[in-house]
Design a protein around this ligand. Structure first.
Ligand SMILES: NC(=O)c1ccc[n+]([C@@H]2O[C@H](COP(=O)([O-])OP(=O)(O)OC[C@H]3O[C@@H](n4cnc5c(N)ncnc54)[C@H](OP(=O)(O)O)[C@@H]3O)[C@@H](O)[C@H]2O)c1
Length: 226
């Protein structure tokens, strides 16, 4: 049977690279979600890719229910993210709310909506950041972003505990810098050591195989220390 894979935040960057990677594998059906449906339809012309408009910044569960998706999904990758880079004192109520809604609450609500659509041994992979990994090097300007990514790590542990008597698995990858539009917009002029395509290869492989071996794990994906 075909493996069915849902990727949230799929119109560009790492998410788009994930769609392209999975679409090239036989017996895989890819379901791509993000706000910009036209951008996905233009990029993903493969027969095994299905694109859907989804904005995880509000009313997430209703939006997903109204898509009429059929069970069952083997992999859910919560990749959508929002990075606001501003001095701490300049961060507004809206900045905090948007960051937490997209990076934490939206991910939890997406997961809730997908629960009845998942196969019994599905693997959910949350894409966090090294900035949200305890003890890592921190960067000024990322208080809203990195704290929200740390919350996503905590959610991963909490979900794994709550569902430990099932075969569902959830793990969290804390990525180091990857060359994408998000990175270029936040840190103009900085060149990351990793491309979106290269990172997507790793995430795809992890999402297909690691669920059998780990649950509730927060994994730093970076060559730099601390
Ligand atoms: N690049 C890095 O260096 C780096 C490092 C650590 C962690 N990460 C994490 O990796 C993930 C992917 O990052 P990226 O660098 O590929 O970012 P990106 O280029 O900005 O892409 C983000 C994706 O998320 C989607 N998205 C954003 N807000 C959304 C919303 N409200 N609802 C649905 N989809 C939404 C965007 O699509 P639409 O605009 O079409 O909605 C886009 O497809 C993020 O979670 C990010 O925090 C990235």
């Amino acid at each position: 049977m075909n493996k069915r894979i849902a990727i949230i935040g799929a119109s560009q960057g790492i998410g788009a690279a994930l769609v392209a990677h999975f679409a090239a594998i036989s017996n895989v059906e890819v379901f791509a979600f993000s706000r910009n449906l036209d951008k996905m339809l233009m990029q993903f012309t493969q027969k095994n890719v299905h694109s859907f408009a989804l904005d995880i910044s509000s009313n997430v569960k209703n939006q997903i229910h109204s898509l009429g998706l059929k069970p069952s999904f083997d992999i859910l990758i919560n990749n959508a993210g929002l990075l606001i880079n501003k001095p701490f004192e300049a961060l507004s109520q809206e900045d905090f709310q948007e960051s937490y809604q997209v990076n934490v609450i939206g991910v939890m609500q997406t997961t809730q909506a997908f629960l009845p659509l998942l196969s019994s041994n599905a693997h959910i992979v949350n894409i966090s950041s090294m900035g949200g990994f305890q003890g890592s090097l921190k960067f000024p300007g990322l208080a809203a972003y990195s704290t929200s990514k740390a919350a996503l790590c905590a959610f991963t542990e909490l979900f794994a505990e709550e569902y430990k008597n099932t075969d569902l698995r959830m793990n969290c990858l804390c990525l180091g810098a990857v060359q994408t539009q998000m990175l270029s917009a936040a840190f103009p002029g900085f060149t990351a050591p990793t491309t979106a395509e290269h990172m997507a290869e790793f995430i795809a492989d992890f999402s297909m195989h690691a669920g059998a071996f780990m649950n509730g794990k927060i994994i730093p994906v970076s060559t730099s220390n601390p």
